[in-house]
Design a protein around this ligand. Structure first.
Ligand SMILES: [Zn+2]
Length: 119
């Protein structure tokens, strides 16, 4: 139902900014190169790719997507570019993306996605 609402709004008001639309289906997965991909289905431009960063976390931390408290081994650093040049935002996320996707709140995933593309 919610997804149909989104389509209707986009049809009537094509320029509506993504953060003002009802929440769509969020796809959250790893691609062939192990990058994390976040996509909101049906909304142009709602696509974020996060690059895995070498190195392990030494202490337990909270995953920024699913908010579970996990061992450092279960987590990793991922980054995306912020604006022009060599500025990066780093996120701590589960290594096991399918499990993370199962536990993550879709509106939290959208927050990460929006923060990534609007900065
Ligand atoms: Zn997680």
């Amino acid at each position: 139902m919610e997804h149909e609402e989104r389509e209707l709004i986009l049809e009537l008001f094509p320029g509506t900014p993504p953060d003002l639309l009802p929440l769509g289906e969020i796809l959250y997965y790893r691609d062939e190169a192990s990058w994390i991909i976040l996509v909101e289905r049906g909304t142009p431009g709602m696509h974020l790719a996060l690059e895995p960063v070498e190195g392990r976390l030494s202490a337990p931390q909270v995953c920024e997507a699913c908010r579970r408290h996990l061992s450092g081994q279960a987590l990793g650093f991922f980054r995306h570019r912020v604006g022009e040049g060599e500025r990066w935002r780093y996120l701590v996320l589960c290594q096991d993306t399918p499990s993370c996707a199962e536990h993550a709140n879709p509106s939290r995933l959208r927050e990460i996605l929006l923060r990534g593309i609007l900065s």
